[in-house]
Design a protein around this ligand. Structure first.
Ligand SMILES: O=c1[nH]c(=O)c2[nH]c(=O)[nH]c2[nH]1
Length: 308
């Protein structure tokens, strides 16, 4: 931030949506590994002269940032998590350029999954799954780090064990109480890790890739409950809270979690005519799926730490 001519300037620049695919052909059994990343970089740097004057001498070109993504992907000879790649890039920009003091790196990893053919994992065949793995790494020149991972577009649905009752009822309310409805949502979750410096992140290979799978499992296990019985959801709010608190309970290195869970409605279908007053009479069987409008429910959960 700086003031010149009475104007405060807060600025950043970067390259958005740099798409890169990386294959590692190193499996002892001949297996290949593949990731596809969509990288966005934003640099906070001392380059105010480019705003104040026609002087670009301090600008790291966004085209250079794009090239760096490909060079660094090439240099990563061993598989690494999307989190590690984001931190590696952030670290590079902060340490390579004197004028860069903060690098914010966002990456979306596409869910390419190894296929199984005749029950056997294919050595080099992949199919696209549904939910993305996201990361935001903010790296400071000092080595300070903020690391947030997430899952985007995790669509979940259960056909029972959901209700909504005893809410505010006034002259505008028509929604009946129910203990039997469909529950569908598209979870967008992001969780912040407690690691506060680049040096303090776990050295274990693919640590964050494993964590991503585990967090996703805890979210889904809590949403659905046991396979035979399920678990009753009295509201999206309650289910969201239980999902978030299960993650915080299970993973000590997750400091907070943000969950966005739209309530995607499946409306009961009732059709009637004068001649046929119960052409389709709803008996928890025929629904109208709709995504507009939908309920929007979101919360951030973190531990209350007592300061004694
Ligand atoms: O789980 C729900 N939470 C709400 O806040 C809400 N509002 C609504 O109309 N239906 C529901 N369902």
């Amino acid at each position: 931030m700086a003031a010149e001519g009475g104007l405060r300037v807060e600025q950043r620049h970067g390259k958005a949506r740099v798409r890169v695919g990386r294959v590692w052909r190193q499996g002892a059994d001949g297996s290949h590994h593949f990731v596809e990343w969509n990288v966005s970089i934003s640099l906070l740097s001392h380059c105010l002269s480019s705003y104040h004057r026609d002087d670009n001498s301090d600008i790291v070109a966004t085209d250079t940032m794009k090239n760096t993504v490909y060079v660094k992907a090439k240099e990563c000879g061993d598989r690494l998590s999307v989190e590690e790649f984001a931190i590696l890039l952030g670290n590079h920009f902060c340490s390579f350029y004197p004028q860069v003091y903060t690098a914010i790196v966002n990456i979306v990893e596409k869910p390419w999954e190894r296929v199984c053919i005749d029950g056997k994992p294919h050595l080099h065949g992949f199919k696209l799954g549904s939910e993305n793995h996201t990361v935001e790494a903010t790296v400071q020149k000092s080595g300070a780090l903020t690391l947030t991972s997430g899952v985007a577009g995790l669509a979940l649905l259960k056909t029972t064990q959901s209700g909504f009752e005893k809410f505010v009822r006034d002259k505008y309310t028509i929604l009946p109480d129910t203990r039997e409805r469909m529950l569908a949502t598209e979870v967008n979750a992001s969780w912040r890790y407690s690691y506060e410096s680049v040096a303090s992140i776990p050295k274990k290979e693919l640590y964050f890739s494993e964590k991503f799978m585990e967090v996703k499992k805890v979210l889904m296990d809590t949403f659905f409950g046991p396979p035979e019985t399920g678990v009753y959801s009295p509201s999206v709010q309650r289910t969201l809270y239980l999902m978030g608190s299960a993650v915080l309970r299970r993973f000590p290195d997750v400091a907070s979690i943000h969950l966005k869970m739209p309530n995607i409605h499946f409306l009961p279908v009732n059709l009637s005519t004068k001649e046929n007053p119960s052409m389709v009479k709803f008996k928890d069987d025929v629904y109208l799926p709709t995504d507009e409008p939908h309920g929007s429910i979101a919360a951030t959960l973190s531990r209350i730490t007592s300061k004694m």
